[in-house]
Design a protein around this ligand. Structure first.
Ligand code: IMP
Length: 194
């Protein structure tokens, strides 16, 4: 008899339904069942998204005691020396997309990168991986898909913003798809070694 493939469940600590949709799809494609775990994301103060994701994941793991995935991301704008970076969430909530566009008014260099750090804790394994996508800031918001700064970010090689892309299209390019698939890929290979 052929052995049945049992999907491993990992609890994704997030209250963001868009992130959940993106990450659940990656998980499914890699043989993991990603389930949301709400209300457990503790944002520690740090200039490093890797440190935020790792420490938040350890904290969630100690509280929940089950396999955990935490992802932390930010938008790093070249002309603003990487601002808002790890403070993207606060900047989004306070000045928002229009505030960022105002800061960028008349600025010729519109290069920016999204960076993401994903930490998976499963059994004895604690894995942190990063992912990045660079591109440009649009002059005005375009598209209604996704969340956060998606409507003003045009990834390299595209003419459309993330806000104009489906989840599948965004996942083919995004910082989050890279960090999460790297982390799940590493976990998979560690699990098959033992
Ligand atoms: P978080 O702390 O990882 O939730 O992300 C911080 C902020 O960065 C979010 O509130 C968004 O405004 C922005 N951000 C992170 N990832 C993305 C993305 O994939 N698209 C658009 N904005 C994002």
């Amino acid at each position: 008899m052929r052995p049945t493939l049992v999907e491993k469940t990992i609890y994704f600590v997030t209250d963001n339904v868009h992130k959940l949709r993106e990450v659940a799809l990656i998980g499914r494609q890699m043989g993991f069942d990603i389930q949301p775990l709400h209300g457990l994301k503790v944002e520690i103060q740090s200039d490093s998204i890797e440190e935020v994701s790792r420490k938040s994941a350890l904290l969630a793991y100690f509280i929940a005691g089950k396999p955990i995935l935490v992802e932390d991301a930010g938008l790093f704008i070249e002309a603003l020396n990487g601002f808002p970076g790890p403070y993207s969430s606060y900047v989004y909530k306070t000045i928002g997309i229009n505030g960022v566009l105002k800061l960028m008014k008349g600025v010729e260099d519109r290069r920016a990168c999204f960076k993401s750090a994903a930490t998976v804790i499963y059994g004895p394994y604690v894995i942190t991986e990063v992912g990045e996508v660079c591109g440009w800031l649009a002059e005005e918001p375009r598209g209604v898909q996704g969340f956060g700064f998606d409507p003003i970010f045009i990834p390299e090689g595209s003419t459309r913003t993330f806000g104009e892309m489906s989840v599948e299209e965004k996942n083919a390019l995004s910082h989050r798809a890279r960090s999460v698939s790297n982390a799940l890929g590493k976990l998979k290979s560690l699990m098959t070694q033992t």
